[in-house]
Ligand binder design. Structure first.
Ligand code: GLN
Length: 382
């Protein structure tokens, strides 16, 4: 007899990002699918990693993260969001934002708990909930602005609701939460036992002078929240897989119980480099402006094609409707675009549990101008 593996995730295949990046590589397509910059990250930060390694910072860091880095993050949080967070007890450095989200869900969820998830949803959320035996309660965002229908949220909250998951700026749509959304959320969770998980990995990638409505700005929300961030998005180094989670001390204590027996601790020299760099540079405002220019340039180029832009106020992404072009299903069209036209994108149906079709594709515009130009020159032929 041989062991037979029983799947814990029967409805899950390989993540769309890996699928589309592999297809892009196979067909030598321009990859506007998976979200990563194709330009060089800051060389000074690279040099700081090198220095940290040469100084001998090559052994395990503290399991909660380098104390200096956590202290600097607490200072940054106070400057940006006027929140007092204790670096020692309320911040943990993680190997990426996705890991922070998984750990927070695993920390809180018991079998049968319900988690409110807005769709389209980043593709790790639902499997992360299900692997913990909990149940995602799906609420569609309202097309084409992908706003939250708060009346529907009120209807879906039940005695079993353990958590509400938020993501702003939003992946895949580029929509953002406004102050009015935060007020609605505050009134819904007030006096309940509902936790919040807020995915804020694109916190600084926000455009048109909009304000990032971080949970960190709202003490009454923060007291029930795990807030997840990413260094990769902020410093153009997604391959570093470095992030952090902020939560009240009692919640963070439990988070660390899960974390310590999973990855235990994160890359040491990167943490030294980041602690140094955060101290010297605050490129956050510039970052939004820089990416906004990319969004605008891409939109301008795409104006020559038959694709119709949907609004994007933040993140790495812009959605385009292809309604005037074809009636194909999103995955089929995205595959054909990669194979025949040499441009890889992400079908947004991959972010709906039932594969709902808005007839839109997600494009990552965080690329060199030459890359965007070359891609659009191919898309014009459609
Ligand atoms: N967050 C990235 C995106 O949305 C992908 C990360 C990954 O491939 N897991 O494109």
């Amino acid at each position: 007899m041989k062991p037979v593996i029983q799947t814990k995730l029967p409805n899950i295949g390989t993540t769309i990002f890996t699928v589309m990046s592999a297809l892009a590589a196979e067909y030598q397509a321009i990859n506007l699918g998976q979200g990563f910059p194709d330009f060089m990250m800051n060389e000074e930060l690279v040099a700081l990693v090198n220095t940290a390694m040469q100084k001998g910072h090559n052994q395990y860091a503290h399991m909660n993260g380098l104390a200096l880095l956590r202290e600097r993050l607490a200072e940054k949080i106070e400057r940006l969001y006027a929140a007092r967070v204790n670096g020692e007890s309320e911040i943990t450095i993680t190997p990426g934002g996705t890991y922070a989200i998984y750990t927070a869900l695993t920390t809180v969820l018991q079998p049968g708990d319900e988690v409110i998830v807005f769709e389209p949803a980043y593709d790790s959320y639902i499997p992360n909930i299900e692997i913990n035996g909990a149940v995602p309660v799906l609420i569609p965002l309202i097309y084409p602005g992908y706003a939250i229908d708060w009346n529907l949220v009120k209807q879906k909250v039940s005695a079993k609701t353990k958590m509400i998951m938020l993501n702003s700026p939003h992946n895949p749509t580029g929509s953002i939460l406004g102050a009015d959304d935060m007020e609605q959320l505050r009134s819904i969770v007030k006096g309940t036992g509902i936790f919040i998980l807020s995915d804020e990995v694109y916190e600084h990638l926000i455009f048109d002078n909009k304000r990032h409505e971080s949970i960190l700005r709202y003490p009454d929300l923060l007291e029930r929240s795990f807030v997840c961030f990413s260094f990769g998005k902020t410093y153009h180094c997604t391959g570093w897989k470095m992030g952090y989670c902020v939560a009240p001390a009692a919640m963070m204590k439990e988070f660390r119980k899960v974390h310590q027996f999973n990855c235990f601790s994160c890359n040491t020299p990167l943490q030294f480099a980041l602690a140094d760099y955060i101290q010297q540079k605050e490129p956050y405002q510039q970052l939004g402006t820089q990416l906004q220019q990319k969004r605008d340039y891409f939109q301008q180029l795409m104006g020559q094609t038959k694709f119709k832009a949907l609004p994007s106020y933040g993140s790495y992404f812009q959605l385009y409707s292809y309604e005037g072009i074809t009636e194909e299903r999103e995955k089929d069209f995205a595959t054909r675009l990669t194979k025949e036209y040499g441009v890889a994108t992400i079908p947004v149906s991959a972010f709906y549990a039932d594969g709902k079709e808005d007839k839109v594709l997600r494009f990552c515009f965080v690329k060199k101008e030459a890359t965007l130009e070359a891609a659009v020159n191919r898309l014009i032929k459609l």
